[in-house]
Design a protein around this ligand. Structure first.
Ligand SMILES: Cc1ncc(COP(=O)(O)O)c(C=O)c1O
Length: 480
């Protein structure tokens, strides 16, 4: 990485790339969290919602605590703590770059999240953008300010690649924006092949790695990916930082993502107007005081996950996914969703509908009666859900390094109980969301005297479908 830093170096050790000795799965904060049920009992929390936001790694939390006493301004402070924080920030930049296999002259821009990263890149693309219709809204809506085309995924990955090739050949396209793994089904796209197809058409590729990065190693240099966008909070580093990593030229010539201090070389005042000479990337796009703790957290996650993703994590998660998918297949009335019939790989995410049970009610039941956290809705992927679930809401269980077989078994048992015996509590739609009635669980365990729910946005990723729809046959891809 060609990241210049004038601050003291922070020592970071990396394993030899040839060393594939299995590394134990790292500890997470809150693995022993106990949550209340509506009947007054407490149980260990089965967090099967890691695709939305993952718990913090213990190493991440420890590193943030280690940096916190030094917390001070970065880049312009002469004090010792400022110099340490500057080193932490710039080493974090290099660490994140290494984690995704960045090329020497690639740039790492710290952002808030994948959404922020994609929006930043949208301001830099010198031409039209192509996406598939399977994408998360972040990777659909970011491009709407410019010329944006959407290709429908076909029934197989092979046919989908053909459709992409045809669309790229038909019209000059500056950028193909594609997810590494579906946030709905976990299916993984063959990214190196996609890059080859795009590059043959003179098109660059940005990988939305929000869902792939927590599960598989990404290698920009080896695959030829031009840009990678990722989120710390999905990578077990929930401290408000994400990153955009990739080629310098577009980032160096585009207007700054956010204008302000830190993004400029010089500012002059002429004819009542402020004129800026913008700094090159990454600083050009990082105006304002950077989130040093967020960057430190993300880097600590990268250091911790790097050896784990090379060895232990994928096998752990594949075993969980096998257990989950086989279990779901055996429960009557449960219909797993898939996009393709030939996906060669899949991260441990499974979405499904349940005959006769609205997704929101299933999720509320799993939480209230079993202490299981899942996601319900359309997962900010409305076009995809319209195609593979007929527009209905679904339930999503997502796993990671903190997931155990006990979590999976509890989910499967709870679903089996639901379809065979029903719920033992009552549920109703209140403020647009399914909730247990009554709900005696304490909504304010920290005694903040807030009124949770007052500002809840049940519509944040589309309104919940309160009625739900019955599915009598397995919902699979209908090619548009
Ligand atoms: C595939 C995918 N892309 C982008 C995003 C947006 O991530 P963030 O909310 O961290 O910006 C998500 C979030 O769920 C996602 O799953």
């Amino acid at each position: 990485m060609s990241i210049a830093t004038t601050a003291p170096a922070v020592e970071i050790t990396f394993r030899d790339v040839a060393d594939t000795t299995p590394v134990p799965l790292p500890a997470v904060v809150g693995a022993d969290l106990r949550v209340p049920l509506v009947d007054g009992r407490f149980v260990g929390y089965a967090n099967l919602d890691l695709a939305a936001s993952a718990v913090a790694l213990r190493a991440v939390s420890d590193h943030v605590s280690q940096v916190l006493p030094y917390y001070a301004s970065v880049h312009r402070g002469a004090g010792y703590a400022s110099r340490v924080c500057t080193a932490v920030l710039e080493d974090a930049r290099a660490t994140v770059g290494r984690f995704v296999g960045a090329r020497d002259n690639d740039v790492v821009v710290f952002t808030r999240s994948t959404t922020d990263s994609l929006n930043l890149l949208a301001g830099c693309v010198p031409g039209s953008v192509l996406t598939l219709d399977i994408e998360h809204h972040a990777n659909l809506l970011a491009w709407r300010g410019g010329h944006h085309r959407v290709v429908s995924a076909a029934e197989t990955i092979e046919a989908t690649l053909d459709a992409l090739r045809a669309a790229l050949t038909a019209q000059p396209t500056a950028l193909l924006a594609v997810t590494g793994a579906s946030n709905v089904t976990g299916e993984v796209l063959p990214i190196a092949r996609i890059v080859a197809i795009a590059h043959a058409a003179g098109t660059r590729v940005v990988l939305d790695a929000a869902q792939l990065a927590p599960h598989r190693r990404i290698d920009i240099a080896a695959t030829g990916i031009d840009y990678v966008a990722l989120s710390g909070h999905k990578l077990y580093a929930p401290y408000g930082t994400g990153a955009l990593v990739g080629r310098r030229d577009w980032l160096d010539t585009a207007p700054p993502h956010i204008a302000g201090g830190g993004a400029v070389r010089a500012v002059t005042h002429r004819n009542d107007t402020a004129h800026a000479t913008w700094a090159p990337a990454p600083h050009r796009h990082e105006a304002g005081t950077p989130n040093v703790l967020g960057a430190a957290a993300l880097a600590a996650a990268c250091r911790t996950l790097e050896p784990v993703l090379d060895t232990t994590a994928p096998e752990h998660e594949r075993a969980l996914l096998r257990r989950l998918t086989h279990g779901l297949d055996t429960i009557p009335g449960v219909h797993p969703l898939t996009i393709w019939t030939d996906a060669p790989d899949r991260v441990a995410v499974a979405s499904f509908t349940v005959d006769g049970h609205p997704a929101g009610r299933v999720a509320a039941y799993l939480s209230a009666e079993h202490g299981i956290g899942v996601r319900d809705g359309k997962f900010c992927a409305h076009p995809l859900l319209a195609r593979i679930a007929g527009g209905a809401d679904a339930v999503r269980a997502s796993c990671g390094i903190s997931t155990t077989t006990d979590h999976i078994d509890r989910l499967l048992t709870a679903l089996h109980t639901l379809v065979t015996r029903g719920t033992t509590w009552d549920y109703a739609v209140i403020d647009g969301r399914w909730q247990p009635t009554p709900d005696p669980r304490d909504p304010d365990p920290f005694k903040l005297n807030g009124r949770p729910g007052e500002t809840a946005t049940s519509w944040a990723c589309g309104e919940q479908d309160p009625v739900g729809r019955n599915f009598t046959s397995s919902a699979t891809t209908v090619n548009a």
